[in-house]
Design a protein around this ligand. Structure first.
Ligand SMILES: Nc1nc2c(c(=O)[nH]1)N[C@H]1C(S)=C(S)[C@@H](COP(=O)(O)OP(=O)(O)OC[C@H]3O[C@@H](n4cnc5c(N)ncnc54)[C@H](O)[C@@H]3O)O[C@H]1N2
Ligand code: MOO
Length: 399
């Protein structure tokens, strides 16, 4: 049986590239840039007043006895004014172009308004209250690199440089598939021997968060139906995310179905818990990557985070972030498997502290809703209290 580390490496080795596509600014949140973004002009594009007040030429302070008659008004959005007489001033609003021949801005609160203009109430430093042209960024500079994930802050940058259409990395087309005779739809009332499908909904929600559209399928445990239907899906999707039907049961038909469809098995069964029966492969002809997760809800959920997310990140040209948390209580892994243990996390004195969630096992869907993520313990590893341990977040606890 393959170790978790080797399994992850095999998954990453099969990362793909789906090219790029153009999307509108309003649709690009969360997508990954497939082009560098350059400054189309200097930022700021002109010497900009940062306070409401007056603009003067500093030389005028010596010659005017600290009193400046007003010769004009510079409003944000108006063309540049010209201060012709250095003994005078031009009133200037925040965001306006500093007038030609002016080099200093004084805010109203530091001035005394008089009949014939303004006099100074505070000392003035030459050049104050001006945000200089190109002091943030010069025209042509790279503002955002290819591979950056677009957040709300990047949207502002894209808008500032006039990018209404953006090249982003194309996302895979994903089929989310559940298998099993016991599964019924959410709307149905299950008979005593049945349960409602939950994995497909969780997987679709996880994908939706990444803006990945997916189609959902369900098939009963029938080898010929599985072969027909999965054969069709192979032709039309880049990725299959399946749950259930991959273990040792007499009705776990997926491994043999993949084999019959000519899907290359990369590995089946990983030395980990949960998620041991994970089956991973690729159909070369259709270039479809197959993540066949064990059906227990926690196994499917953990496997998605541990394998599919890093695969997707690499496919989109992004690094997978690595996190550590401090363990509240000592924890020992007495097995020869890598363990992923559900934890709740809390900020304590600037440290993210993790505490184990009590659970009955990988069928315990309710415990999942209490977990903020999973800590990873290597086989036979002992981690003491207050020690750091790798953490796979399942929800955002920072913002
Ligand atoms: N002889 C062995 N038996 C089992 C092994 C093993 O190594 N040897 N592994 C166990 C582990 S670990 C897991 S996990 C399960 C996984 O088995 P399958 O992937 O074949 O999953 P199923 O048997 O189809 O289902 C398991 C469990 O999960 C429920 N399920 C399935 N799909 C869904 C869904 N879409 N939504 C909600 N719940 C789902 C299903 O009803 C079962 O209760 O195998 C162990 N056995
Ligand atoms: O994946 Mo099983 O994942 O340990 O219940």
């Amino acid at each position: 049986m393959i170790s978790h580390e080797n399994a992850l490496q095999e998954v990453l080795n099969l990362s793909s590239n789906f090219g790029s596509e153009e999307v509108h600014l309003s649709d690009c949140l969360g997508r990954v840039l497939a082009e560098p973004i350059h400054a189309d002009r200097d930022f700021p594009p002109f010497d900009r007043a940062t306070k409401d007040g007056i603009a003067i030429n500093f030389v005028g302070i010596q010659s005017t006895n600290q009193n400046f008659p007003v010769s004009g008004m510079a409003q944000a959005g108006s063309p540049q004014q010209h201060l012709l007489d250095v003994s005078q001033c031009i009133e200037v609003m925040t965001g306006a172009m500093v007038p030609k021949n002016a080099d200093t801005v004084i805010m109203y609160e530091h001035l005394e308004e008089e009949d014939n203009g303004f006099s100074l109430r505070e000392s003035v430093k030459k050049g104050q209250n001006i945000h200089y042209k190109a002091s943030d960024v010069a025209q042509g500079e790279v503002l955002l690199q290819e591979g950056v994930q677009i957040s709300e802050a990047e949207i502002g940058v894209l808008a500032s440089v006039g990018k209404s259409k953006i090249q982003v990395k194309k996302l895979p087309k994903v089929a989310v598939i559940s298998t099993g005779n016991e599964l019924v739809d959410v709307e149905e009332t299950p008979a005593p021997h049945q349960i409602r499908k939950s994995n497909v909904h969780t997987l679709q929600a996880l994908l939706k968060r990444l803006q990945i559209p997916s189609d959902c399928f369900h098939f009963i445990d029938d080898p010929s139906i599985l072969k027909d239907k999965l054969g069709e899906i192979l032709k039309n999707y880049d990725v299959m995310l399946l749950s259930g039907g991959v273990s040792k049961g007499k009705f776990d038909f997926l491994p043999q179905t993949f084999d019959a469809l000519g899907v290359e098995k990369i590995f089946h069964m990983v030395r980990q818990r949960p998620g041991k029966p994970f089956w991973f492969g690729q159909h070369k002809k259709s270039n479809t990557t197959i993540f066949s997760f064990p059906g227990n809800p926690v196994s499917t959920f953990v496997s998605y985070h541990v394998y599919f997310k890093p695969w997707l990140n690499k496919t989109l040209g992004m690094a997978s972030p690595q996190f550590d948390v401090f363990l509240k209580e000592p924890t020992e892994n007495t097995t020869d498997l890598t363990l992923f243990i559900g934890v709740g996390v809390d900020w304590v004195n600037g440290k993210l502290m993790a505490k184990r969630i009590s659970t009955t096992g990988s069928g315990d869907l309710m415990a999942l809703s209490k977990a903020d993520g999973f800590i990873c313990l290597k086989p036979d590893e002992m981690v003491g209290a207050e020690q750091l341990v790798p953490f796979i977040p399942a929800r955002n606890r920072i913002s």
